[in-house]
Structure formats: structure tokens, C-alpha cells
Write a protein that binds this ligand. Structure first.
Ligand SMILES: Cc1cc2nc3c(=O)[nH]c(=O)nc-3n(C[C@H](O)[C@H](O)[C@H](O)COP(=O)(O)O)c2cc1C
Length: 171
């Protein structure tokens, strides 16, 4: 297992837009025995209720979402910005942990800090606790076409706002 050291969220050398839109990130959740990870590129880093937060959008059917629901904790894993990692993240964002062991297939290995699973290969890990969750509702869209475009199967995302309890950087 790799070693992480705590870092203040304000000191994270990240451009939120680049980290989310261009580089993507990996969400990890679960317990000691059963856990999973998936790639995400929708979300936000910010502040809610005076707390540093990460907002996730997870579609109903994601296997990882079940672990977030059960544990009410997850980690955000900021991965190295390399073509090799991009390929791994494509895979982790296409295949479900219900069907394949993604760690075994990719060579990524699990770590566990503060009882939250994360990945050894992450440059930064943000351990979060869910403080709010809700589901996207069709009737709340201002633009019906946006809803139709993104939810032809009505698999509306769940929104999870996680308080960042601790951020870590790889030693
Ligand atoms: C670049 C990229 C970004 C993605 N972003 C999200 C996202 O923000 N929310 C989501 O629900 N799915 C997203 N996905 C799809 C999931 O990662 C994908 O369905 C994955 O296989 C789910 O894994 P799981 O079933 O093991 O949890 C993304 C996929 C890719 C390739």
C-alpha cells in the first residue's frame, strides 16, 4: 500500500474544471471486503453549508452507487494525467464491477484510509462523507430537451453532496 499525507483542500494544486472535464476522476466506495470504482466526469468541487464538498452525479444503475448508498462515504481519486491512465479510466468507465473485477483487469490496487477505499495510484485522494442526496427530477428542468437528451431511459442521476473530511496527497 502506498503512503498518503494529509493536505489542506485549499492547498490542492488543482484546476477544478480541468480535473473534472479533461482528466476525469475515479470514485471508489465500499467496505473492507466488497468495494468498487468507476470513472466520473460530471460533478463539482466547492462549498455547501460552509463545508468543502464534492458533488457527484451517479446514474441509478451504477454498481458503485450501491456502495455509496450503503456506506455513505466515498473517495475521489485524482489520477496521473497520462495516456496510459486515460485508457484505464475509459475501461473503468465502460465496464461494470458487477461483471468484471476492475482492479484485477487494470492493475490498479486498493488502499484504505480512514475506513474509505481508495486507489494506490491516485495523486490525490479526497475522502468524503455524504451529507445530502437527491435524485434528478424531470419536472425541474427548465429545458425539456436537455432532459430528453440525457434521460431517454429515465435513469435519472442521483446527486450526492459529500463533505470532504480529509484530502491526501501521495508521499
Ligand atoms: C469519461 C467518463 C465519465 C463518466 N462519468 C460518469 C458520471 O459522472 N456519472 C455516472 O453515473 N457515470 C459516468 N460514467 C459511466 C460509468 O463510469 C460507467 O457506467 C461504469 O461502467 C460504472 O461502473 P460500475 O457499474 O462498476 O459502478 C462515465 C464514463 C466515462 C468513460
Amino acid at each position: 500500500m502506498k503512503e498518503y499525507r494529509p493536505i489542506n483542500v485549499e492547498d490542492l494544486p488543482l484546476n477544478a474544471w480541468k480535473a473534472i472535464n479533461d482528466n476525469w476522476f475515479i470514485v471508489c466506495a465500499g467496505g473492507k471486503k466488497h468495494h468498487n470504482f468507476m470513472t466520473c466526469s460530471w460533478g463539482a468541487f466547492g462549498t455547501h453549508w460552509d463545508k468543502p464538498t464534492v458533488t457527484l452525479m451517479l446514474r441509478t444503475q451504477r454498481y458503485t452507487r450501491g456502495f455509496v448508498e450503503k456506506r455513505e462515504k466515498f473517495s475521489i481519486n485524482i489520477m496521473p494525467d497520462t495516456p496510459e491512465m486515460k485508457e484505464i479510466m475509459e475501461y473503468a468507465g465502460t465496464v461494470s464491477g458487477r461483471d468484471e473485477d476492475k482492479a484485477e483487469k487494470t492493475g490498479l490496487s486498493y488502499n484504505r484510509v480512514d475506513k474509505v477505499p481508495s486507489l494506490d495510484q491516485a495523486r490525490y485522494v479526497l475522502n468524503c462523507e455524504v451529507i445530502y442526496r437527491s435524485q434528478i427530477e424531470k419536472g425541474n428542468f427548465m429545458d425539456d430537451d436537455l432532459c430528453k437528451e440525457h434521460y431517454p431511459d429515465k435513469d435519472y442521476h442521483y446527486i450526492y453532496i459529500g463533505e470532504i473530511k480529509q484530502a491526501y496527497e501521495l508521499v
